[in-house]
Write a protein that binds this ligand. Structure first.
Ligand code: PEP
Ligand code: MN
Length: 337
C-alpha cells in the first residue's frame, strides 16, 4: 500500500502515520521526493483493509501497489533514483563506467589497468577478490590481499572500488575496502546474502541471475530495499539461451523495460553477456542507446595473460575507442558519458 501525503503535511502528521502502521505490525518506508512524500506500508497489507488510513491528518490518498515488488516499483516512486557514492552519481545524466579486470591478479597488473582507464574519465575500478568460478580448480581470487590492492589504488587515484561479495561471512571484510558491493549473477537469489546487504550502508550492484525473469530480478532487489538499503543498482549481464556462439545473450530490452518498471538505476555488463571482446563495443553502444545508466566492462592490459575472462577483456586502446563511440551515442539520447 502507498500512502501519499498532502503537499503541505506536517512532520508530526507523518510520524503519527508511521507509528500507526508500526502499531499494526507493518513497516513504514518513507520516500521524500521533490514534490511529494510517500509512505510505503510493508508487510501483510490485508490488515489495512479494515483501517481507514485516508482519514488520518496529512493523508491525501491511499493506493494499493499492484506489482509484487513494491518499494522498487515506479508506482511507489515515480522519479528516478540517483545513487550518490563518494562524490559520484549513478542514475543521473552522466552514464558512469565501471572498468577493470575480472579478478585482481597482482598489485602491479591492477595498477597498470587502473592507470590506463582512469585518464579516460573512469571513476570506478572493478576487480574480483572473491571469484565465483564454475570450477573449484579455477583461480578463486586473492581475498583480502586483493581488497587491499584495490584500496591502495583508490588511495592513489581517487577511483572508487567495486568488488563482489559472495558470502555473508565476508561482509564486514569486503565493506572495509569496497565503495560499491557487487552481488553476482549466481547469487541473485541467495536470499540470506540479499538480506545481509540490505542491512549495510553501501550501494549494491545486483546482477541479473543468468536464468532470472525480470520479475524475479526485481523481487531480489526488493529483498535488499525492504531491509532498508535503497541504494540498489540493477545490472543486466546477459541470460542463458540456446546459442553457444556467445557466452550469454544480452537482453537489451531489459534496459527500457526495467526503466519503466522501477526507479532504480540500470547498468549493463556487455562483457559477461557476450564473453567475446570483439562483440563488447557493439553491445556497449546498444546499451547506451537503450537508456542504460552505466556500463560495467572488463579491461585488461594483457588479456592473453588474464587469470579469468581474458577472452572477453578489452585492451585499454579498444576500451578508449568504445568510450569515445559511446559518448557520441550518449549525446544523441540526451546523456553524457
Ligand atoms: C563478474 O562481474 O566478475 C562476474 C563474475 O559477473 P557475473 O556474476 O555477472 O557472472
Ligand atoms: Mn569476469
Amino acid at each position: 500500500m502507498i500512502i501519499v501525503l498532502k503537499p503541505n503535511h506536517q512532520e508530526e502528521e507523518m510520524h503519527r502515520i508511521v507509528r500507526r502502521l508500526e502499531d499494526l505490525g507493518l513497516r513504514a518506508h518513507i520516500s521524500k521526493g521533490e514534490h511529494r512524500t510517500i509512505i510505503g506500508a510493508i508487510g501483510d497489507e490485508r490488515i489495512l483493509r479494515e483501517v481507514p488510513l485516508e482519514s488520518l491528518p496529512g493523508v491525501e490518498s491511499v493506493l494499493p501497489i499492484l506489482k509484487p515488488y513494491k518499494l522498487v516499483s515506479r508506482e511507489f516512486k515515480p522519479e528516478d533514483t540517483v545513487i550518490r557514492v563518494n562524490g559520484q552519481e549513478i542514475g543521473g545524466r552522466k552514464i558512469q563506467t565501471i572498468a577493470g579486470p575480472c579478478a585482481v591478479e597482482s598489485r602491479e597488473v591492477l595498477e597498470e589497468i587502473a592507470d590506463a582507464v582512469h585518464p579516460l574519465g573512469v571513476h570506478f575500478l572493478r576487480g574480483g577478490a572473491f571469484k565465483p568460478r564454475t570450477s573449484p580448480y579455477s583461480f578463486q581470487g586473492w581475498g583480502e590481499k586483493a581488497l587491499k590492492y584495490l584500496a591502495a589504488v583508490r588511495e592513489r587515484t581517487g577511483m572508487l572500488v567495486v568488488t563482489e561479495l559472495m558470502d555473508p561471512r565476508d561482509t564486514v571484510l569486503v565493506c572495509k575496502y569496497a565503495d560499491i558491493i557487487q552481488i553476482g549473477t549466481r547469487n541473485m537469489q541467495n536470499f540470506r546474502l540479499l538480506t545481509e546487504v540490505g542491512n549495510i550502508e553501501k550501494p549494491i550492484i545486483l546482477k541479473r541471475g543468468m536464468s532470472a525473469t525480470i520479475k524475479e530480478f526485481l523481487m531480489s532487489a526488493e529483498y535488499i530495499v525492504a531491509q532498508g538499503n535503497d541504494r540498489v543498482i540493477l545490472c543486466e549481464r546477459g541470460i542463458r539461451t540456446f546459442d553457444t556462439e556467445t557466452r550469454n545473450t544480452l537482453d537489451i530490452s531489459a534496459v527500457p523495460l526495467l526503466k519503466q518498471l522501477t526507479h532504480l538505476p540500470v547498468i549493463v555488463d556487455p562483457s559477461h553477456a557476450v564473453g567475446r571482446a570483439d562483440l563488447v563495443p557493439s553491445m556497449a553502444k546498444a546499451s547506451v542507446a537503450a537508456g542504460a545508466d552505466g556500463l560495467l566492462i572488463e579491461v585488461h592490459v594483457r588479456p592473453e595473460e588474464a587469470l579469468s575472462d581474458g577472452p572477453q577483456s578489452l585492451r585499454p586502446k579498444e576500451f578508449a575507442t568504445l568510450l569515445e563511440e559511446c559518448g557520441r551515442i550518449a549525446e544523441v539520447v540526451g546523456r553524457e558519458l
